[in-house]
Design a protein around this ligand. Structure first.
Ligand SMILES: CC(C)(COP(=O)(O)OP(=O)(O)OC[C@H]1O[C@@H](n2cnc3c(N)ncnc32)[C@H](O)[C@@H]1OP(=O)(O)O)[C@@H](O)C(=O)NCCC(=O)NCCS
Length: 435
């Protein structure tokens, strides 16, 4: 591991401390060889004072037990009808699995408890069909969960619920994770399934906004499997109700859990509330981070050296692109109103985030900004990325004579001999009238 990776990880630690993560494990993952690694990952999260609630499914175990007993199931995942024999198999399979999970958690020195905290009601009669012993979450016992978490104990919740009269119901574990996360105002739900997140046509969708997730649920039902669909549906609802992030990752991939939690890009699919990626102004408190971000590029003479005072003097011109509140790219936009020109400067994308369109995103942002402010041309000076501006930004090389007079003087004085690239901008109507 590189020191820079460790620094990256450490930036998350204060943000996650004492926060609640609901980790929902499919039965298939709990039965896999990788499950012992997941338990170790949970131990790492606990050591960083993250509060963990573990929810588990049991579909695979139910299928296996039913096959052993020769029982025909009406549902394996708690969606649809649960008849009496299916409930019996479900209870037995979930109880055995709970025991295995307890053993596993104890083996990595984690304190855990079986948490009977789901108060359920019957799904009832849907479209004229009695869903029998399938339940929905009526209430989550927050007080009990809070007590466990405050005592440093991981509550483990099976896909089973009880009503006030002691009747038992089979409840879908994805929904339990959602309800628990909402009740406890968790920071994340992490769904661990045996699939690589949300794949459509073989392509992994790394990030989904709430509306994109809704779209998948509404229009693309046929494109994702039932297991993934249930997580996307729960994830969209969770984000809409204030859970900032829902991750769907492959629980069978080594280190997937930590990689998802401790990297800005993650490894599976993340459903996010609305503030995931943003371009925002630089504030005084950010200057140091910006200088750190561009340091290497300055050393390589790609960017001109800037001091804290330089940035401070033109603070309003600087913008950063943030992912998960980490600065990953920046750009400056300087206006030369007398020449109706503007300069795009200090464009930089961190090495870890190159090639993902962030440079283009900032170029487009700069264009939009100067168009709104009435400029008619945007220029950029570059020593090593001029082809980038031409090929990806639609700029053309011009002579330094095109620079506004003041800028031309600085250009000559710098001795950098950068190429001058320029692009025509069409001022947007309202702002053009101002110029
Ligand atoms: C140039 C830079 C901003 C590109 O950022 P990015 O987010 O990686 O770029 P995008 O994802 O939008 O575009 C990637 C594409 O540009 C190409 N590209 C990247 N840098 C390039 C360069 N210096 N010259 C030519 N093409 C380049 C990539 O090969 C890729 O091509 P593809 O889409 O055909 O595969 C980034 O590499 C950087 O910060 N460079 C150092 C600082 C610098 O020179 N800034 C410009 C001076 S203001």
């Amino acid at each position: 591991m590189k020191v820079s990776d460790l620094r990256g990880i450490l930036t998350y630690v204060p943000r996650f401390r004492e926060k609640i993560f609901v980790v929902a494990v499919d039965g298939e993952v709990a039965a896999s060889a990788n499950f012992s690694n997941i338990l170790l990952d949970l131990a790492v999260l606990r050591s960083l004072s993250v509060k963990i609630i573990l929810v588990h499914g049991a579909a695979l175990q139910i299928e296996r037990l039913a096959a052993d007993r020769g029982v025909t199931l009406t549902s394996t995942d708690g969606i649809g009808i649960t008849d009496e024999p299916t409930l019996k198999v479900g209870l037995d399979a979930a109880t055995t699995l709970m025991n295995d999970i307890m053993q596993g958690l104890t083996s990595v020195d984690l304190r855990a408890t079986y948490a009977n905290i789901i108060i359920a009601h019957p799904w009832g009669i849907i479209g004229g069909v009695d869903q029998q012993h399938t339940g929905r979450v009526e209430r989550v016992d927050r007080e009990a969960l809070t007590l466990f978490l405050n005592a440093g104990i991981i509550p483990v919740i099976p896909p089973i619920g009880f009503d006030g009269e002691g009747r038992t119901f089979r409840v879908n574990s994805d929904t339990i994770a959602l309800e628990v996360a909402e009740a406890m105002q968790a920071m994340k739900i992490i769904y661990l399934s045996a699939r690589d997140g949300v794949l459509i046509g073989g392509t992994l969708l790394q990030q989904l906004s709430i509306s994109e997730a809704d779209e998948i649920v509404k229009k693309k039902r046929s494109l994702v499997d039932r297991n993934t669909l249930s997580k996307v549906e729960a994830g969209a609802r969770a984000c809409r109700n204030g859970i900032p992030r829902v991750h769907i990752i492959n629980g069978n991939a080594d280190e997937a859990l930590l990689a998802e939690v401790f990297s800005t890009e993650g490894v599976g699919t993340m459903i996010y509330g609305n503030d995931y990626q943003q371009i925002r102004r630089v504030f005084k408190k950010d200057i140091r981070a910006v200088l750190n971000l561009i340091k290497q590029s300055v050393e390589h003479a790609e960017l001109v050296k800037r001091t804290r005072a330089d940035i401070l003097a033109q603070l309003d011109d600087y913008w950063v692109l943030e992912i998960d509140r980490q600065l990953v790219a920046c750009v400056a936009v300087h206006l030369y109103p007398e020449a109706q020109k503007a300069e795009l400067a200090c464009l930089y994308v961190s090495k870890h985030h190159e090639g993902q369109g962030y440079g283009r995103k900032l170029m487009a942002f700069a264009e939009q900004l100067v168009a709104q402010r009435g400029a008619r041309a945007l220029f950029a000076l570059s020593t090593q990325a001029f082809n980038y501006f031409v090929a990806k930004g639609g700029y053309a090389e011009v002579t330094p004579d095109e620079l506004p007079p003041e800028r031309r003087k600085k250009y000559d004085a710098s001795g950098r001999n950068s190429k001058v690239l320029q692009k025509t901008v069409i001022p947007t109507a309202v702002e053009a009238a101002r110029t």
